[in-house]
Design a protein around this ligand. Structure first.
Ligand code: ADP
Ligand code: ZN
Length: 516
């Protein structure tokens, strides 16, 4: 198996002349019998990395995928170009699956798609061993990690694969995995040494913008009016929101439909195909919309409310501008949305990790630095240049000499012996007479009341900046108490000045304080 063979298969089956960056490296890695972890954005061409091995290597590639609803489409698409593919999952009748099993045993299949439940069902490994598996491709592999945003307990059983088939290479593929999730993925799958292939997540044609979440419907209508005849998606948090917004847009003369999991399968199919065929221009959807649809001319994506994490956000804005043409994204943010999501998450399993991810999402929304840098840094790409295509770059925040603010904050933390969190530190600065503050004698520290002139909200922002600038850090392992970083010393004792930024993204501060 050679690069030449791979290239001619790419041409023969898919009609493409060249591999995208990384694809050929990954295919050759598989040819060499090695394990790999592939991180590529949705639409980046992950599937090709196991489809080419499937049609060029002896044996069958077994693809494990949790997305049962997409299996049929994927298999149909492959068959249409002459690739012998089939799938096995719980939705099939016995006769149907029997035929697939026979095809596998007869060595007729290039690719066999299976759900994790099917793969781990009794006797299935033995069945696979009757013939030759040349590669296990684990799609949506982040589902195996509790660090991921979409943890599926049944995926953790996949660690049995490497033990049962030590000689078969494993390729774990995902579009969404931060550094920790990737590391965990490798460990969970029993391939901790696997080489990682990370494609760029940068989508320079997507503009990034965050606006305060006020008068959202009016803002959305203005946004749409400025983009006549452009297809777009508005992601909402609830079914009710999608329906109300779609109705409001129709009232204003726009061609909009709602899409959510509560609609019948027929209705959902219709909304989806009308959107793909440009019959419906705007879809107001919950996150269920867009999985597996390949529409290249979506010109904008709006988030009516903030997603739970940057993985979801990135995936959803990524549905715009697939054709590489300039497209716009807009996120509405308010502190209220944050607390709503926080409450939703707190009741769910795995809450601690999900809350940490939500905080990263909030930091992004509140950011005073180039948003693309934050986003790409999250996906482990080190981008040190500002992008020039986000609202922060377009409108850089004004900096001012915040040395006095920093001195007050840092000295409060020092005098409180680094044993309180942000809330208490701020309450002390603002001279709160809260019971436990008096009880602990915090009203006798020298900085008590020294920050009365600023609101709690402003103080929270400035503490946030002092943390990101590296003067303070939060001891997560010790009740989130604030600690002084070495740099704080320079401010407190050596006359170092500190530049802070006025927080202007949320202009209506009064409103925000009330929201809290
Ligand atoms: P992913 O699985 O990462 O979401 P796919 O493998 O489905 O992405 O690929 C997305 C699209 O890109 C498909 O239409 C596919 O045919 C196309 N594609 C993949 N590799 C190439 C390539 N080397 N050249 C041109 N198009 C490609
Ligand atoms: Zn930028």
């Amino acid at each position: 198996m050679t690069a030449e063979l791979a290239r001619s298969a790419l041409k023969k089956y898919f009609g493409y002349d060249d591999f995208r960056p990384q694809q050929l490296d990954i295919v050759e890695h598989v040819y060499a019998g090695r394990d790999g972890i592939v991180l590529m954005p949705t639409g980046g061409g992950k599937s090709m990395c196991f489809q080419i091995p499937a049609v060029t290597m002896p044996g069958t590639v077994v693809v494990v995928s949790p997305l049962i609803s997409l299996m049929k489409d994927q298999v149909d698409g492959l068959r249409a170009v002459g690739i012998r593919a089939a799938y096995l999952n719980s939705s099939q009748r016995g006769g149907e699956s029997h035929k697939v099993e026979q095809a596998y045993e007869g060595g007729e299949l290039h690719l066999l798609y299976v759900s994790p439940e099917k793969l781990l069902s009794p006797g299935f490994f033995a069945f696979l061993k009757r013939r030759r598996v040349c590669l296990f491709a684990i799609d949506e592999a982040h589902c195996i990690s509790a660090w991921g945003h979409d943890f599926r307990p049944e995926y953790t059983m996949l660690r049995q694969l490497k033990t049962a088939f030590p000689e078969v290479p494993v390729l774990a593929l995902t579009a969404t995995a931060d550094r920790l999730t990737r590391k965990d993925m490798g460990e969970q799958l029993g391939i901790p040494e696997a080489k990682q292939f990370i494609a760029s997540f940068n989508r320079p044609n997507l503009s990034l913008e965050v606006r305060p979440g006020q008068k959202r419907r009016e803002q959305i209508i203005r946004f749409i009016r400025d983009r006549p005849a452009q297809a777009g998606i508005v992601y909402c948090l609830s079914r009710k929101q999608t329906e109300q917004l779609a109705e409001k847009l129709r009232e204003s003369g726009y061609n909009a439909e709602a899409y959510h999991a509560g609609l019948s399968a027929d209705r959902r199919g219709k909304v989806q195909s009308d959107f793909i065929n440009d019959k419906t221009l705007i879809v107001c959807a919950t996150i269920a919309f867009g999985m597996g649809i390949d529409k290249s001319n979506v010109r904008w994506v709006i988030h009516y409310t903030m997603p739970k994490n940057l993985e979801n956000y990135y995936q959803e804005i990524g549905r715009a501008g697939r054709d590489g043409t300039k497209s716009d994204t807009l996120l509405f943010y308010s502190y209220n949305d944050y607390t709503t999501l926080k409450d939703m998450i707190s009741g769910s399993g795995n809450a601690e990790i999900q809350l940490a991810k939500l905080d990263r999402m909030k930091e992004y929304a509140e950011s005073l630095a180039c948003r693309r840098r934050i986003l790409l840094n999250y996906f482990s790409e080190d981008h040190s240049d500002d992008c020039g295509n986000c609202d922060v770059c377009a409108n850089p925040p004004k900096r001012f000499d915040g040395t006095v603010i920093a001195q007050k904050a840092l000295s409060a933390v020092a005098r409180l012996r680094q044993s309180v969190g942000v809330t208490t530190a701020i309450d002390v600065l603002r001279g709160s007479s809260r019971q436990d503050i008096i009880k602990n004698g915090y009203d006798r520290v020298k900085t008590y009341g020294a920050g009365r002139d600023m609101s709690t909200y402003d103080w929270t922002q400035y503490f946030g900046q002092l943390i990101s600038l590296g003067y303070l850090y939060v001891a997560h392992e010790d009740y989130n108490k604030l600690r002084l970083a070495p740099a704080a010393r320079r401010v407190l004792y050596e006359g170092e000045t500190v530049e802070l930024v006025k927080f202007e993204i949320i202009r209506d501060r009064k409103k925000l304080e009330q929201d809290k």
